[in-house]
Structure formats: C-alpha cells, structure tokens
Write a protein that binds this ligand. Structure first.
Ligand SMILES: Cc1ncc(COP(=O)(O)O)c(C=O)c1O
Length: 410
C-alpha cells in the first residue's frame, strides 16, 4: 500500500482538528478574579491571593518559601542578588536556554560564562561546567530544559567545598521531579516563570523557591523595595525595586494550581507515549531521559533531527510537519554567545570596566551550536494535553514525513 502524499505537496494532512488550546481556565479563576475585583484588595500587600499561592506552590515544590514576582527573569536576578552575586563574579549558564538565564546575570552586574550542554539530554554537561569553573565562579544556573531536571547531583557536587550557589532555572519545570524530589527544591534556590506559554500561567509572573530562610528573607526584601520584617513603610535597607506580583495574577495562579498535578500527569503519560514512537524513526533523537528524571514536566517535547540519517534537512521536515497539521518550530536560532547582545557586548551600564576583557566569540559550545543551527525541533506542551489519539497523530505525521523524506531534498 502506498502512503498518501505529503500535505506539503497537496495530499491530505494527517491532522485537521486543532490540538488542545492553551491556557486552560474555568470557574476557579473566574470566581477568584471576581472576588479580588469586588474586594478592592488588588495589591499583593492588601489581599490573600498571592500569599496563598506562594505557600501552596512552594509546598508542592518541596520548599518552605516562595516569593512571587513579576516574571521569571526578575526572579533569576533577585535570586542572584540575594545570594550576594555582584560585580565581576562569574556565573556558569548554558548556551542553550532563553536569553533571560544569561541577561539576569548581567543585570546582577556579574559575568555569564557559558558551558555547553549535553547533546542528548539538552541539559548542562557536568564536564563542561567543571572545565568552566574558576576562582571567580560564584554560581551555576542549571536550566531544567524542556521540563527535564538537569544533572543536579553533579551540579551540587561541583559546588561542594567552593563558594558556589546552585540556582535552578525551573522556568520549564513546574511539577517535574528528580529522584522523586521536586524541581525547585534541588539547589540553594530556584526560579519559575508563569509567562503565557508556561505549564502554569497568569500571562506573566514568576516565583523564587527555597528552603534557605536567610535567602528567602533577602529575596522578599529585594522584591519589596528593600523593606524588612518589622520595618516601617518608608524604610528601605537595600537597593531594590517593586517586583511584587498583583492579586489578579495571584487569583489566576491559584486557579491554575488546582489543575497542575492532573495536567502534569497527562503530559507525562502522553509525552512518554509520543517519545517512544518517535525514537523508532531513523535520525530522530528525542531528549534522552536519564533514570533520575522521575517526572518530566514536558514544557516541550524536544528532539534532534539528524538530517543525514533521516534523509532530509530539518527546515524541510518542519515545513512538512506543519503542512500535516502539527504545530512545531526550530526553537532558538542562536547559541547565546552568538547573540548580537553578546557579540557586541551591548551590556548597557553593566560590567563597566570589566566587559572589555571578555570575548564571547571565543565561547565553544559545539553541541548547542549544532542543535540551534541544524537539528532542534520543539513541540509545545499543549499538544500533550489531549488523548492518545492526539499524540498518535503527531507520531504518524513524523512517520509519514520520514516515508516521504526523499521528496524533501532540495
Ligand atoms: C529557561 C527560561 N528561563 C527564564 C525565562 C524567563 O521567564 P519570563 O519570561 O517569565 O521572564 C524563560 C521564559 O520565558 C525561560 O524559558
């Protein structure tokens, strides 16, 4: 039996129905939003929503403290400032991440140092981190990429005996776990994002989680204009700002949180099913999952297309999948050191007198470069929120494109 023609060339698409929409909301959000609206308590210091959310989210992620802030970028920066990271300190970050992981370091007036990722897990490679450590290293920021926890035992081991803080960038990792311990509780501190695409969202927002009382107190002060417990309103102890989350966002997040565990289970089940089918296709390499990942939060299903083995280049594979009705993308176009921001050292007021000595064109991140330039394919988390038939459509579309790969060669 011949396989039907590719939709790219006029055939019938595998998928014509839409995938589950994101965000999901309902009565829980509506009721809370209305209550906040009518109460007139719209600010974080007036009403109960943000405070309730901080406690519940932190507890779900194995932490005593949660400090909700305006977004995940600011959360990273506040965490670094709370840890005392500052002028000229080095902070090791992956080159394959959203730019905020590195710009938050710059905005703490510290130096981002790039260590490559592992080609199969897409997370920081411990050997590359070890090679990047110097006497000036003060922090490591492992990103739990796509929702799969980084090799945290290795990161903590590298920090041991050194004055190095481990700050998890858990922007993708709501509800993920590592050796049955929640992401967010694995390092000294962690940060999450609630931006629109994230697995828990209020459009914008972020949180810092920690079990360290002193770091929590420092974060709380920095997010609230340098105020301290017991201090009077116009008394400010550190340079900081107003990074507080508002009650409307707190209301939405409390509603979202009621669904997070069930959604995480659905994503995990569907993600595993999809990845096991995709892994059968020559040249398709889904993110390798070590046994220590006990819950993948699947913010993304990410994979590599090795064009030589698959038999068609990634760009054409993406075109063909899109035509088959599968929303997908190539993800980041640059390793971070190749971003104009780093190439031109466009650091604004930061690293004055320090930046001159830095040369980001000398950063070597071959795995990240290969993934950015030629191989990454991303599928969003909402594609996993339906049933088995939804993920089977995705797998069938990949298989169809593979069968027709010869037609995709330019
Ligand atoms: C890995 C990573 N870190 C940090 C952030 C920053 O979060 P936000 O957009 O809420 O500032 C994001 C997301 O957007 C991200 O994907």
């Amino acid at each position: 039996m011949t396989m039907p023609a590719l939709a790219l060339f006029g055939g019938t698409p595998v998928r014509t129905r839409p995938f589950p929409a994101w965000p999901v909301s309902g009565a829980a959000e509506e009721q809370r939003l209305l209550r906040v609206l009518r109460s007139g308590q719209w600010g974080r210091l007036d009403g109960p929503e943000v405070s309730e959310f901080e406690t519940a989210f932190a507890a779900l992620h194995g932490c005593r403290h949660g400090i909700a802030v305006v977004n995940g970028t600011v959360a990273l920066r506040i965490a670094l400032l709370a840890a005392g990271i500052g002028a000229g300190d080095e902070v090791i970050v992956p080159p394959y991440t959203f730019v905020a992981t590195a710009t938050a370091v710059l905005e703490a007036n510290a130096i981002p140092v790039f260590a490559d990722i592992d080609l199969e897990t897409f997370n920081l490679d411990p050997a590359a981190v070890a090679a990047a450590i110097t006497a000036r290293t003060r922090a490591i920021i492992p990103v739990h990429f796509a929702g799969q926890p980084a090799d945290m035992d290795a990161m903590l081991e590298l920090s041991r005996g050194r004055d190095i803080v481990v700050l998890e960038d858990a922007a993708h990792a709501h509800g993920a776990s590592y050796r049955n311990r929640p992401a967010g509780s694995l390092g000294n501190m962690a940060t999450f994002s609630f931006q629109s695409s994230k697995n828990l969202t209020a459009g914008e927002g972020g949180i810092i989680t920690t079990n360290d009382d002193a770091l929590a107190e420092a974060c709380r002060s920095i997010h609230n204009c340098g105020r301290v417990p017991g201090g009077v309103w116009y008394e400010h102890h550190v340079v900081s700002g107003n990074y507080r989350l508002g009650e409307f966002q707190g209301a939405v997040l409390n509603g979202q949180l009621e669904r997070l565990t069930a959604q995480a289970e659905t994503r995990e089940r569907n993600g595993r099913r999809l990845v096991s089918r995709l892994a059968q296709i020559p040249g398709i390499h889904p993110q390798r999952r070590p046994a220590d990942c006990t819950r993948h939060s699947y913010h993304l299903v990410m994979l590599r297309v090795d064009g030589a083995t698959f038999g068609a280049p990634r760009t054409r594979v993406l075109d063909a999948l899109t035509a088959e009705g599968i929303p997908c993308s190539a993800g980041y176009g640059y390793s971070l050191p190749d971003q104009p921001l780093f190439r031109n050292k466009a650091f604004g007021p930061y690293l004055a007198g320090i930046a001159d000595a830095l040369d980001y064109s000398a950063s070597r991140c071959p795995n990240s470069d290969l993934i950015c330039r030629e191989q990454a394919v991303w599928l969003g988390q909402n594609l996993l929120l339906g049933g088995e038939d939804d993920v089977d459509d995705i797998a069938s579309a990949f298989e169809k494109v593979y069968t027709h790969r010869g037609e995709l060669i330019p």
